[in-house]
Design a protein around this ligand. Sequence first.
Ligand code: UD1
Ligand code: MG
Length: 443
Amino acid sequence: MSKAAVILAAGAGTRMKSALPKVLHKVAGLPLLGHVIAALRAAGVERIVVVTSPAGEAVRDYARALGCESAVQHQQLGTGHAAASAKEALADFTGTLLVINGDMPLVTGDTIAECLAAGARTGLSLLAFEPKDPGSYGRVLLTPDGYLNRIVEYKDATVSERAATLCNAGCYAADAERFFHWASRLTNHNAQKEYYLTDVPLLAREEGVKCAVALADEIAVTGVNSRAELAEAERKYQDRMRTRLLADGVTMTAPETVFFAHDTVVENDVEIEPFVVIGPGVTVKSGARLRSHSHLEGATVASGAIIGPFARLRPGARIGEDVHIGNFVEVKNTVLEKGAKANHLTYLGDARVGAGANIGAGTITCNYDGFTKAVTEIGAGAFIGSDTALVAPVKIGEGAITAAGSVITQDVAPDALAIARGVLTEKPGWAKAFRERKRTEQK
Ligand code: UD1
Ligand code: MG
């Protein structure tokens, strides 16, 4: 059976107090919407329609970039109205439809699969969960035989209904054609004068379709409505990543201080010291070590490499086997081959560093003239003296040495020594004579 999904993302997101649409706020470096799309794909959903407000241009662009379609909800009249806005986009679709809130970044393919399985039993299902704090979630009331009786929105609920502990997660499955038929019959006779998606099960029951309730893990269905909830979702996401990586054989002495991105790959026997922050696009191979206070994004680190403490790897940093990147070293768009070392206070940008080369403290690749970026090539086994400025484009041959303090503006041949600094002159006794002259002048 083919599967499609409608993601609801047209809400005003007022509680975020943001110029950015709520679903584009990020958890672990990926927009909330990206997390929901990834989970749907993992559950085998082929077509995805994202419902946006008319102003949701940025959301539509993002959805398109991830291979999704979009539909516009012209007025924000409620979740049921939003779901119905996708009807036209899916007019040619037959199969199972999932409708899901766009603000659930911790949802997984497995959770969605459970909703689908429950829907296949009766023809309609929803995900429910038992949160520690039910807050303002819609309350799920069951029939004695365990099907949905009805959902009461918090604002419409009586005191005793609010005491119910089972809550609506905001994910539903049904046959697409039947779902849109029910959605078109919704009314807005409630406290918020909105067309509630949560009333769909009542209309289904009138046609003899029971709504099955699949129980989801609280963490997987955490919704984000405010910055505090965004921070809470981030915390839960990071905890999940840390637990998974520890189980996969990664050593972390203080995992609660280490941060990952949604796509971070860390192999077993990697050691990560406290206070390491990893942004999107990072792969760390088995046996590498990330030392304290290092920041990595868009970088790969091969086995045996040691990064930090206090190192910064920026996009395009390709750190080879057994390479050492030490304190206050920044690497951008640069390849370091096996065993190369840059241990202190260095900037390597748009460069290639050959195997076993040694980059002295204070070395800078001068890669940018304010207009274009130029490349620095450092041959295998070269020795770059401390405080060398390499003015790119420039090539240092294999095994060459640059003298400390040199400004290198032209290519250096293999095995040569390049010195480019002022010649030292020593004036014997000059300092003493200078002091004596000054003291006499002051008398
Ligand atoms: C909704 C559910 C509630 C559930 C909760 C789970 C309804 C009526 N209530 O409440 O039972 O416990 O989610 O998180 O469905 N949206 C639109 N257009 C609109 C209104 C909303 O696209 O006109 C979208 C929002 O962008 C959001 C989603 O629908 O992604 C849910 O809307 P939100 O306002 O967050 O609903 P809740 O109050 O959280
Ligand atoms: Mg919500």
